[in-house]
Design a protein around this ligand. Structure first.
Ligand code: UDX
Length: 426
C-alpha cells in the first residue's frame, strides 16, 4: 500500500482515486470546488460513470479514500501525487496547461522528499520536462502516466487496461510508479516522458482517424451497393486492424478527440511537420455532420424550413451524460440554420439550459416523436433500439427516420412503412 494524492476530482481524477483505493492504496483526492468535495465525502458522484459510485462508497467505508479541498491538504503524507487537471484547448489549438503549472507551483516546496509527481492530464509533448524545471527539486521526480479512459466505462478501462504507459527519465521513479499498478494485470510500456506524452496523442488521433475512415467507407458502401457491416466484419478480422472503433456514426466528438486532434496538428506544425493527414481527418469529421443533414433533406424530399424534426440522442455517445463537442449538437446547429424546428429526447439530458435555444427538450420519446416529420437517431442509446417503432409511427406526421448510428434493423423499419436511411447498409 502507498500513500497517494490525486489533484483534480474530474472524470480522470475521480476514477483514478477510486480505482487506486480499490486496489489497496491510501488515497486523498483534492479539488478546489468545495461543494463537489462535500458531495463526494457524502458519496454523491457528480458524473455518470458505471461502477464509480460503488468504488467511491467502498473507499469511503474502508477509509482508503477521502476527499479534501485544495492540493496542499492532499500531499501532506503522500509519496505519489497524480495531476488529473483539465487541459482545455486554448485559442491557438494547443492544450492550455495553466491549471497543471499552477498546482505544481503550489505544491513544489511542500511535497515530501522522494515524492514522485505523476502527470495524467493530456499535455503538450515536453511538458514533463517543463514541470521538472518548474519544480527545481533534485529529490522530486516527475513521471508521465497518460490515461486511456473512455467515458462511461472509465472504471473498467482503468482496472483492465490494454497497457500502462509510464514515461520516466529515471528507471527508479518509473519502477516505483509501475509498482502502484502491481495488482493490475496489464503490460507496462516503459518509455521516456516525451514518448509517453506522444503515445497519448497518437492513440486518440489514430482512433479518431479509424472512426473517420469507417464513416467514409460507409459512404463508399452506399455508392457501390456493399454493406458496411459485412465490410467491417471482414476488415476487423484482420489482426493488424482489429474490430473495435469501426462503427459508423454522425462523426466523433467528446471532450478529448477534437481537442487532442487539434493539439497534435498544432504540436506537429510547431515542430516543423505539417500533419496534413490529421487535418484531412478533422475536415472529414466536419463533413460527416453535413452528410447526416443531407440525408435528412433527401429523405424529406424538400427543404427543412419550418419542418418538425426529432433528434433522438444529444450526448456525444451513449452511456454518458456528456454533451461536450457532441456530434448531435453539431448536426442540430446545421439543421437549425436551415429553418427546421427541433425537438430532442435524450435519457441523460434533462436541462434545456445545456442545449441552447435551437432545441426544445422532450421528457420522453413519445413526446419527441409526436407531430414529427422525421426522426434522427444521433446517439446509440439502447432505449431507441428497444422502442416500439410501430406505435411511434402513429405519432409522427410523416414516418421518416435517419438512423445515424445504424442501431435499427433496416428491413423491419421498411416493412413497417418507414422511409428509412442509415449509414452504408443494404
Ligand atoms: C476517448 C478515448 O477512447 C480514451 O482512450 C481517451 O482517454 C479519452 O478519449 P471518449 O472521449 O470517452 O474516450 O470517447 P470514445 O468512446 O473514444 O468515442 C469518441 C467518439 O468517437 C464518440 O463521439 C463516439 O461516438 C465515436 N465513435 C467511437 C464512433 O463514432 N464509432 C466508434 O466505433 C467508436
Amino acid at each position: 500500500m502507498s500513500n497517494v494524492a490525486i489533484i483534480g476530482a474530474g472524470y480522470v481524477g475521480l476514477t483514478t482515486a477510486a480505482c487506486l483505493a480499490h486496489i489497496g492504496h491510501n488515497v486523498t483526492c483534492a479539488d478546489i470546488d468545495e461543494n463537489k468535495i462535500s458531495r463526494l465525502n457524502d458519496g454523491e458522484i457528480p458524473i455518470h460513470e458505471a461502477r464509480l459510485p460503488e468504488l467511491v462508497q467502498e473507499g469511503l467505508s474502508n477509509q482508503l479514500l477521502k476527499f479534501v479541498v485544495g492540493a496542499k491538504r492532499a500531499i501532506t503524507a503522500s509519496e505519489f501525487v497524480f495531476l488529473c487537471l483539465p487541459t482545455p484547448q486554448g485559442e491557438d489549438g494547443r492544450a492550455d496547461i495553466g491549471a497543471v503549472i499552477d498546482v505544481v507551483e503550489e505544491i513544489r516546496q511542500l511535497v515530501l522528499p522522494q515524492t514522485i509527481i505523476i502527470n495524467k492530464s493530456t499535455v503538450p509533448i515536453g511538458t514533463i520536462a517543463a514541470i521538472e524545471t518548474a519544480i527545481q527539486r533534485e529529490d522530486v521526480s516527475v513521471v508521465s502516466n497518460p490515461e486511456f479512459l473512455r467515458e462511461g466505462v472509465a472504471v473498467t478501462d482503468f482496472l483492465q487496461p490494454d497497457r500502462i504507459v509510464i514515461g520516466a527519465t529515471s528507471n527508479e521513479a518509473g519502477e516505483r510508479v509501475a509498482a502502484l499498478y502491481d495488482s493490475i494485470d496489464a503490460p507496462i510500456v516503459a518509455v521516456d516522458p516525451a514518448s509517453a506524452e506522444t503515445i497519448k496523442y497518437a492513440t486518440n488521433s489514430f482512433l479518431a482517424t479509424k472512426v473517420s475512415f469507417v464513416n467514409g467507407l460507409a459512404a463508399v458502401c452506399e455508392a457501390v451497393g456493399a454493406d458496411i457491416e459485412a465490410v467491417t466484419r471482414g476488415l476487423g478480422s484482420d489482426q493488424r486492424i482489429g474490430s473495435r472503433f469501426l462503427q459508423p456514426g454522425p462523426g466523433w466528438g467528446g471532450s478529448c478527440f477534437p481537442k487532442d486532434m487539434q493539439a497534435l496538428v498544432r504540436i506537429a506544425t510547431e515542430a516543423g511537420y505539417e500533419f496534413d493527414l490529421l487535418r484531412a481527418v478533422i475536415e472529414a469529421n466536419d463533413q460527416q455532420f453535413d452528410r447526416i443533414v443531407h440525408k435528412t433533406e433527401l429523405l424529406l424530399g424538400e427543404n427543412l424550413s419550418g419542418k418538425n424534426l426529432t433528434l433522438l440522442g444529444l450526448t456525444f455517445k451513449a452511456h454518458t451524460d456528456d454533451l461536450r463537442n457532441s456530434p448531435a449538437l453539431e448536426v442540430a446547429k446545421r439543421l437549425a440554420t436551415k429553418g427546421a424546428k427541433l425537438i430532442a429526447y435524450d435519457p441523460m439530458v434533462n436541462s434545456p439550459a445545456e442545449i441552447g435555444d435551437d432545441i426544445r427538450l422532450a421528457a420522453n420519446i413519445e413526446e419527441a416523436m409526436t407531430g414529427s416529420e422525421i426522426a434522427l437517431i444521433l446517439t446509440e442509446w439502447p432505449e431507441f433500439t428497444r422502442a416500439n417503432w410501430s406505435k411511434l409511427m402513429g405519432l409522427m406526421n410523416t414516418p421518416c427516420v435517419v438512423d445515424a448510428r445504424n442501431v435499427l434493423d433496416r428491413k423491419s423499419m421498411v416493412e413497417l412503412g418507414y422511409r428509412y436511411d442509415d449509414l452504408g447498409r443494404v
